[in-house]
Ligand binder design. Structure first.
Ligand code: GLN
Length: 264
């Protein structure tokens, strides 16, 4: 059965070649300039200013943009490869690094002990913390502990904010709304359906600004979080190459410039 199929395929292919001589030449010409090898980056482009799909501003509309995208481009450039972006759910990133579906994941990802069990992390390139997004006239929520007073809280599934609300603050399940994009939770605060959202600082500030909401900080309750790039544990070569690029970008001020450019 297999042989017959292979034979049939070979026949079709050779027929195709015979009938399409002109085309054949073009293909050969293209083949002479080999395409650059791809470097596949995994992200969740719902996390401005780190990764988003540009809809206005300086970026090209419809293209991936942000701090992490710019860093990834530099990494690809330094390796002489073409960057390919795989946009997916944040929840799926670690598994994709482990399975080799992507070469690395960059998504404002906080280094945690749990994630370290599954992937290797590069050096840190950004430090953030969680913030609370509330309605502009909200006077009840002034610190993290206030969320325990019967408040409804939105988080993004699988983010560190989810772990903090669930495990550290122990907000009862029925009071927590888990969504897959920060903007969806923030919209619910705007609509008055949620009291608050716990989310990473740069993203929370950006989303609050866009939607006319307010930020509440609580540096005592929310520890600093270090963002790093997740790489397959077997690929020490890539860890080193990425660390080299990050070191360069920190030293020559590029990371700071990106933070100012995208973060304001
Ligand atoms: N820093 C948070 C985390 O690692 C959120 C990351 C993100 O939303 N892209 O869980």
């Amino acid at each position: 059965m297999k042989k017959t199929l292979a034979f049939a395929l070979a026949a079709i292919l050779s027929l195709g070649m015979l009938s399409g001589c002109g085309k054949q030449e073009t293909t050969n010409e293209e083949a002479e300039a080999p395409a650059k090898e791809q470097l596949i980056m995994g992200t969740n482009a719902e996390f401005p200013p780190f990764e988003f799909v540009a809809d206005s501003g300086e970026g090209i509309v419809g293209e991936y943009d942000g701090i992490d995208i710019a860093i990834s481009k530099r990494i690809a450039e330094s390796l002489g490869k073409e960057l390919k972006v795989e946009n997916m759910q944040f929840e799926g990133l670690i598994a994709s690094v482990q399975s080799g579906k992507v070469d690395f994941a960059i998504a404002g990802m906080t280094v945690t002990e749990e994630r370290k069990q599954s992937v290797a992390f590069s050096d840190t390139y950004f430090v953030a913390e969680q913030v609370i997004v509330v309605a502009p006239d909200n006077a009840d929520i002034t610190c993290a502990a206030d969320l325990k007073n019967d408040k409804t809280v939105g988080v993004v599934l699988g983010y560190t904010g989810d772990a903090i609300v669930t495990d550290d603050l122990q907000i009862p399940e029925e009071k927590v709304l888990r969504v897959s994009r920060g903007i969806d939770a923030v919209q619910e605060v705007k609509n008055g359906k949620l009291d608050a959202v716990v989310i990473d600082s740069a993203t929370g500030i950006a989303l609050a600004k866009e939607n006319g909401l307010k930020i509440v900080e609580d540096k005592e309750a929310f520890a600093a979080e270090e963002y790093a790039i997740a790489i397959n544990k077997d690929n020490t070569e890539l860890v080193e190459a990425i660390n080299k690029v990050l070191a360069e970008m920190k030293e020559n001020g590029e990371i700071d410039e990106l933070a100012v450019k995208y973060n304001g």
